[in-house]
Write a protein that binds this ligand. Structure first.
Ligand SMILES: O=C1O[C@H](COP(=O)(O)O)[C@@H](O)[C@H](O)[C@H]1O
Length: 222
């Protein structure tokens, strides 16, 4: 794990967007298409907007959320909606957004359908993760029913999982996320910084972000 501390959130945003753009550019030099996996939540929004301004051949980029709340694509809690509004609509309009939700299916059936779509895209070219103060990443929540299945090395690319608050979700499995050559993690605020320190002492079952520790590049600002 490498920790990069920035003087402020603006510096973090610019540096992270540049790192992601560089990694995507390198992937596009060696592959016909690049696959960018992005988190949901509130933290990454400024980075999405900054990344949208990158001069990339977005028509050759597929963007996939690392996890999704089981809500329609226009719902305020939808991670696909977050990515569409802040990356695709802000300048990366030629990119393909591969959503995980399906209106007509329940989360178990929907995860299986999404696993087929996402599985066909793997390996990921660039992975950005978020993290909660409980050390969850994507929707790999400590203590969640479904966590062991999602962390299994033989898991399908997308699996159903229930968040601790009972919200049904789907998430890319650890195995699918680990197809990326490296993972960037964006965190802000002292509480998440303390959670990162705590995670260093725990197992991946206790702190799922630990599953990505090797090769993890953390961008942090207060
Ligand atoms: O529930 C989620 O939370 C994490 C962290 O979100 P944040 O709002 O604290 O930035 C996020 O990475 C994940 O994708 C999301 O579904």
């Amino acid at each position: 794990m490498k920790l990069i501390e920035h003087p402020d959130r603006e510096a973090l945003t610019l540096a992270l967007a540049q790192d992601i753009a560089d990694a995507l550019g390198m992937a596009l030099n060696t592959r016909d298409r690049a696959v960018l996996c992005l988190p949901g939540g509130s933290t990454p929004v400024p980075a999405f907007k900054a990344l949208a301004a990158a001069r990339l051949d977005w028509a050759r980029v597929s963007v996939v959320p690392g996890d999704e709340r089981w809500v329609p694509a226009d719902h305020p809690r939808s991670n696909a909606r977050l990515i569409r509004r802040n990356l695709i609509d802000e300048g990366a309009s030629a990119a393909e957004l591969v959503g995980l939700h399906h209106d007509m299916l329940d989360p178990v059936e929907g995860a299986a359908a999404a696993a087929a779509r996402v599985g066909a895209l793997l390996p990921l070219s660039v992975l950005l993760l978020g993290m909660g103060e409980d050390m969850h990443t994507a929707s790999l929540f400590p203590g969640a029913a479904g966590l062991a299945a999602a962390m299994d090395s033989a898991a399908p690319a997308v699996v159903p999982i229930t968040a601790p608050d009972g919200e049904p979700r789907v998430t890319l499995s650890a195995a699918a996320l680990l197809t990326a050559p490296e993972a960037f993690l964006m965190i802000t605020g002292p509480d998440k910084r303390a959670a990162l320190d705590r995670a260093a002492t725990l197992t991946p079952e206790e702190a799922p972000i630990r599953a990505f520790w090797k090769g993890l590049i953390v961008h942090y600002a207060d």
